[in-house]
Write a protein that binds this ligand. Sequence first.
Ligand SMILES: NC(=O)c1ccc[n+]([C@@H]2O[C@H](COP(=O)([O-])OP(=O)(O)OC[C@H]3O[C@@H](n4cnc5c(N)ncnc54)[C@H](O)[C@@H]3O)[C@@H](O)[C@H]2O)c1
Length: 242
Amino acid sequence: MSDAPVAVVTGAGRGIGRAIAERLVRDGWRVALVDRDGAALDEVRRLADGSADVAAFVADVGDEASVARLADAVRATFGGVRALVNNAGIGGTGTPLEELTLDAWNEMLRVDLTSLFLVCRAFAPDLKADGAGRVVNLGSISARTGVAGSAAYTAAKGGVEAFSRSLAREWAPHRVTVNVVAPGVIDTDMARRRGLDHQRALIPWHRIGRPDDVAGAVAYLVSPEAEFMTGQVLHLNGGAAM
Ligand SMILES: NC(=O)c1ccc[n+]([C@@H]2O[C@H](COP(=O)([O-])OP(=O)(O)OC[C@H]3O[C@@H](n4cnc5c(N)ncnc54)[C@H](O)[C@@H]3O)[C@@H](O)[C@H]2O)c1
């Protein structure tokens, strides 16, 4: 196994998380792939062709005990962790507020917001260890624009931004940067469920985003070049919000 820095990427089984993981492997990172969907992880893991620099971990990032087991397992496999990419999430459901159940609201906040608290807390010692730690959290354009039928999702993503700014201040003395990448519509299973065609017309760049667009931004934020950037929200949306 190499001594390259280690990145943990959650939600790496498909979509944006998978593209981020593949990009970081290409950039020379060792990568811990995390997802609650073990079958999807196996498929991504196969692409790494048996490399000891990539390992897969099944975990539910919104569950405290599961995250504690994850942190132990990642440390046992790789030692320390330099970068954490909190990408796992569930999408908006298009449910009118009056029909939204408390269970659905709580589940959205658990997976899309509480998970950041749990995972950042679990890996805090690792991230602070070498004075070059990096956290990148996935937000969404929708936290800025609002989306009818997605109050729980947009509330969670607004929380992701506020959480990240506070943590950026808290961990700046430890030289850990904390930033948000906030994509517009990106072509993944999550976005396809809501339909892509009607969204293209709203984007000045006139195309739907690609997972690789997001992966490029994350690759920059975890790199040494981004050392002076913290507490920021990087928007990638083809100009859909300016
Ligand atoms: N696709 C878009 O248009 C878009 C736009 C803005 C923001 N985002 C955000 O980007 C991130 C990735 O989205 P995507 O489009 O790739 O989604 P996706 O549904 O295609 O993939 C999400 C992955 O996260 C995993 N996951 C979900 N809940 C989990 C949990 N509790 N524990 C562990 N893994 C879990 C899923 O199994 C899946 O593999 C999300 O945070 C999403 O909110 C996506």
